[in-house]
Design a binder for this molecule. Structure first.
Ligand code: SF4
Ligand code: SF4
Length: 379
C-alpha cells in the first residue's frame, strides 16, 4: 500500500506549519527515510509567476521554510528552485524569488536559491508519449528531489497538484513546445505522467493550507482548506487530494491517465492521519472539464467535431487588461495578436492551453464556457 498523509494545518504560522509537516512525514516513516546527511536536495516549489504569498498562486514560504529546516537538520543541503512561466533568466528568477517570499526564506535559513538556467536534454525511458525531455540542469545537480506543490484548480487540467508541479522543471519557453505538440489535454496529461515518472521525486508535500478554487491556477480565489498532504507517491497524493474536493479520477486528466497505467489507484492507497471523509469540501469551485469527460471514449474525428462546440475558450476582460502583452508573448501557437494594445484571439489557432490566463499579471483573462457546453454538462 502507498501511504498518503493528511494533517490539519489551519494557518501559515511558522510553528504550526512546521509541526504539521513533521507530523505528516512521521506518518510516512520520517524525513530521514528520504533524505540523508550530505544529500543535495532540490525543493521543487510552485512559483508560477510573481505573486505574493497571500495570492495563493505559489507555494507558501512558511511551507518551504519548514521543509528547508528539516533537510538542514539532517545535514543535507536544500536548493530552492523552479522554472516560472515566461523566459527562464536569472533576472526573472530574482524577481520571482523576491515577490513570492523565497528570497526571505533563503536569507533566514541559508538555503540556496537556484539561478542556474542551463538546460539539459535526457531520454525518457519510461515515457509513453515523450521519449526525450529538456530539463533545468539544476535538478540533476541534486541527488534528491522534494516536490512542494500548491493545491489549486487549473483551467486546462482541472487540478494542478503533485504531478503537474513537475512541469515546472521544464525551462521557461520550452514549455510552450509541449503545449504546441500536445494541444489535446489527454496527450498533454499523458506527457505530465511521463515527466513525473522521469523526475521521480522522493517526496511530495502539498501546501493545501490555503488553496485556490475557481479560475486557477492564478486568477481564482484563495480558499481555506487547512491541510498539509504528503506522500512518496505523487500519483497517489493527487488521487487523494482531488477526492477531498469530490473529484473522481475520470474528472481529472492527470489522475485518469495515471490510473490507466495502474498508478495512484485508490485501492492501493492507505490514508494516514485525517480520513478523507473528515476533510471533504463539498462546495469547492472546480472548473469542469468540458471536453475530456465527454469525448474520451469517442472516435477522434467525432471528438474534434464536438469539441468545436463545447470547448471552453479564453475571454479577455478589456476593462481590466493593461495591454502588457505578456499573454501574446507566451501564447504557444501565436493565436494572440495585440491590436490597439489589447489581445485578440484567433480561435482557429487557439489550442486552449490557457497559458494566457495563467500568466496574465492582472487577472484579465477568464475561461468562458460556450452556452451549449454549460447546457450539456450540468454537474
Ligand atoms: S497579459 Fe493580461 S493585461 Fe497583459 S495584455 Fe494580456 S490580457 Fe492584457
Ligand atoms: S490564446 Fe490562450 S488558450 Fe489559446 S493558445 Fe494562446 S495562450 Fe493558449
Amino acid at each position: 500500500m502507498t501511504k498518503v498523509s493528511i494533517v490539519k494545518c489551519e494557518s501559515y504560522d511558522q510553528n504550526v506549519v512546521e509541526q504539521a509537516i513533521a507530523q505528516a512525514l512521521e506518518h510516512l516513516g520520517g524525513v530521514e527515510k528520504f533524505v540523508k546527511k550530505g544529500d543535495k536536495v532540490f525543493l521543487k516549489v510552485n512559483l508560477l509567476k510573481k505573486n505574493k504569498p497571500d495570492d495563493a498562486v505559489t507555494t507558501h514560504p512558511a511551507v518551504v521554510e519548514a521543509v528547508v529546516k528539516l533537510v538542514q537538520k539532517l545535514g543535507a543541503i536544500p536548493v530552492i528552485g523552479n522554472s516560472p512561466g515566461g523566459p527562464f533568466t536569472e533576472r526573472a528568477l530574482r524577481a520571482v524569488y523576491r515577490i513570492t517570499g523565497m528570497a526571505e526564506v533563503a536569507h533566514r535559513t541559508g538555503a540556496l536559491l537556484n539561478y542556474d538556467t542551463t538546460e539539459i536534454t535526457e531520454k525518457v525511458y519510461c515515457g509513453k508519449v515523450i521519449k526525450q525531455v529538456t530539463l533545468m540542469k539544476a535538478i540533476r545537480d541534486c541527488n534528491v528531489v522534494i516536490s512542494l506543490p500548491k493545491f489549486k484548480t487549473h483551467g486546462m487540467t482541472v487540478f494542478t497538484g503533485g504531478v503537474k508541479n513537475l512541469f515546472g522543471v521544464v525551462p521557461g519557453l520550452v514549455k510552450a513546445g509541449y503545449h504546441l505538440n500536445m494541444p489535446d489535454v489527454r496527450d498533454f496529461s499523458e506527457a505530465l505522467v511521463d515527466l513525473c515518472l522521469h523526475v521521480n521525486p522522493a517526496l511530495t508535500i502539498m501546501d493545501a493550507v490555503v488553496g485556490m478554487e475557481g479560475n486557477g491556477p492564478s486568477a481564482g480565489r484563495p480558499r481555506n482548506i487547512g491541510l498539509i498532504l504528503a506522500s512518496s507517491d505523487p500519483f497517489a497524493l493527487d488521487t487523494v487530494a482531488t477526492s477531498i474536493i469530490g473529484l473522481g479520477p475520470d474528472q481529472v486528466p492527470t489522475v485518469a491517465k495515471a490510473s490507466d497505467r495502474g498508478l495512484g489507484l485508490k485501492k492501493d492507497i492507505e490514508v494516514m492521519g485525517c480520513p478523507v471523509e473528515k476533510v471533504l469540501i463539498k462546495d469547492f469551485d472546480v472548473p469542469a472539464l468540458r471536453t475530456f469527460a465527454l469525448t474520451s471514449k469517442l472516435p477522434p474525428l467525432v471528438v474534434k467535431y464536438l469539441d468545436n462546440y463545447v470547448k471552453p475558450r479564453p475571454r479577455f476582460i478589456y476593462e481590466v487588461c493593461k495591454g502588457c502583452g505578456v499573454c501574446a508573448a507566451n501564447c504557444p501557437p501565436g493565436a494572440l495578436s495585440m491590436q490597439d494594445k489589447k489581445p485578440h484571439v484567433d480561435l482557429e489557432k487557439c489550442i486552449r492551453c490557457f497559458c494566457c490566463q495563467e500568466l496574465c499579471p492582472y487577472k484579465a483573462v477568464e475561461i468562458k464556457q460556450p452556452f451549449i457546453s454549460r447546457f450539456m454538462f450540468r454537474y
